[in-house]
Design a protein around this ligand. Structure first.
Ligand code: FAD
Ligand code: DHB
Length: 391
């Protein structure tokens, strides 16, 4: 088989890239190791930056997000038993975020692709990348027990942190930057109306907690837990008690309800440079991971592929490789900004295992300054809704 662009992975990055390329009239094949049902129901991110929501809208996949997503113009920082609102609307000239589950975006992108008759090859195994330095790279894999080969011009490695693409690059080519955090997030989905209209990021002596949501009837909540924590040790009752303790505020209470899904995610910062090797381009979590505080991961993945789609389109228009050559540096500027923001939010809001009273005072001093100073609040707000470079 032959295609123009072989895309490894049907997460937000791979599916959005396939969609953007098809709008440019460029043919692609998406190769995914998991089943369609698994991909469409994997509960992960939920916050779209302004530009991510605009991208879905402007490319014709925003209809359900616009009717079911929740547009927010602020978040609450909760500490000392009180809320301090960061008003995105006032601080960023009316910009905001949209709360809409990652798996809903994935469903919308799968639907639009399949309805146009373009392929997604689910449940591919033993995926391997070949001849990345040549002008005719290829991908081999097994599908229903049969060996398949796809020849192409370009391979997009959109297969997440644990995928095969990054590891297909020879040793010594990539520089890796990494930080592991000594805690994880325990996340739940619960069938109960959110107890707050806006997200609440709560700093507490027992650890960080976050109230988010997916709809007017579904809450999404997170707790900081030790890095090696096992989900089996957390009964629903224990989770609610801990959430109620860490989210407590004067005159406010957290409503509980049935937990429909729960899991623990490790937290790390990770970047490889460059995000390219020959005709292989890495996008999204395949190239970089942020800790979730600040909700940047999926947004970065969508940015990468919109930069890549422009570069690929320019390549097919007149053989111009300039944008492809600049792909990595164009992405990395935004990636590092988001890394700093996510690291900063994580450091300010979490309880570190060996932290002492001095560190706690520093965190509280930073929180107090962030909510009091217009400059500091604006910095948080403009990064949260998505910082747009002016140069
Ligand atoms: P993925 O979503 O990981 O997709 C990669 C795909 O490749 C998968 O479908 C996988 O099955 C497939 N694959 C893997 N290996 C292979 C292979 N060998 N061959 C073929 N296919 C393969 N981000 C935000 O922006 N906002 C948030 O609010 C947010 N909250 C989060 C909360 C949690 C608890 C977690 C865990 C993450 C959160 N993120 C958030 C991060 C976000 O979910 C990721 O950054 C996003 O999924 C990255 O998309 P991706 O397409 O690059 O990778
Ligand atoms: C959600 C996830 C995040 O990482 C975050 O910072 C805010 C919200 C969410 O899943 O809703």
């Amino acid at each position: 088989m032959r295609t123009q662009v072989a895309i490894i992975g049907a997460g937000p990055a791979g599916l959005m890239l396939a969609h953007l390329l098809s709008l440019e009239g460029i043919e692609s094949m998406v190769i995914e190791s998991r089943a369609r049902g698994y991909v469409a129901h994997r509960v992960r991110a939920g916050v779209l930056e302004q530009a991510s929501a605009d991208l879905l809208d402007s490319t014709g996949v925003g209809a359900r997000m616009r009717s079911e997503g929740l547009v927010h113009h602020g978040i609450e920082l909760r500490f000392g038993g009180r809320d301090h609102r960061i008003d995105f609307g006032a601080l960023t000239g009316g910009r905001g975020i949209t709360v809409y589950g990652q798996q809903e975006i994935v469903k919308d992108l799968i639907a639009i692709r399949l309805s146009a008759g373009h392929p997604i090859l689910f449940e591919a195994s033993d995926v391997r990348l070949h001849d990345l330095k040549s002008e005719r790279p290829s991908v081999t894999f097994l599908l229903d027990g049969a060996s398949m080969t796809i020849e192409c011009d370009i391979i997009a490695g959109c297969d997440g942190f644990h995928g095969v693409s990054r590891d297909s690059i020879p040793a010594g080519v990539l520089t890796t930057y990494e930080r592991k955090y000594p805690f994880s997030w325990l996340g739940i989905l619960a069938g109960v109306a959110p107890s707050s209209e806006e997200l609440i990021y709560s700093y507490h002596e027992r650890g960080f907690a976050l109230l988010s949501m997916r709809s007017p009837t579904v809450s999404r909540l997170y707790l900081q837990v030790p890095a090696d924590e096992r989900i089996g040790d957390w009964s629903d009752a224990r989770i609610w008690t801990e959430l109620q303790t860490r989210l407590a505020a004067d005159g406010w209470s957290l409503a509980d309800g049935p937990v429909t899904e729960k899991g623990i995610s490790a937290m790390r910062s990770f970047v490889v440079e460059p995000m390219q090797f020959g005709r292989l381009f890495l996008s999204g979590d395949a190239a970089h991971i942020v800790p979730p505080t600040g909700a940047k991961g999926m947004n970065l993945a969508l940015r990468d592929v919109s930069i890549l789609a422009d570069a690929v389109a320019s390549f097919y228009k007149g053989g111009d490789t300039r944008l492809l050559n600049e792909y990595s540096s164009s992405c990395l500027r935004r990636v590092w900004r988001a890394h700093h923001f996510s690291w900063w939010m994580t450091s300010m809001l979490h309880r570190f295992p060996n932290s002492d009273a001095y560190q706690t005072r520093l965190q509280l001093a930073q929180l107090a300054y962030t909510v009091d100073s217009r400059a500091a609040s604006t910095s948080l707000a403009e990064n949260y809704v998505g910082y747009e470079w002016t140069t």
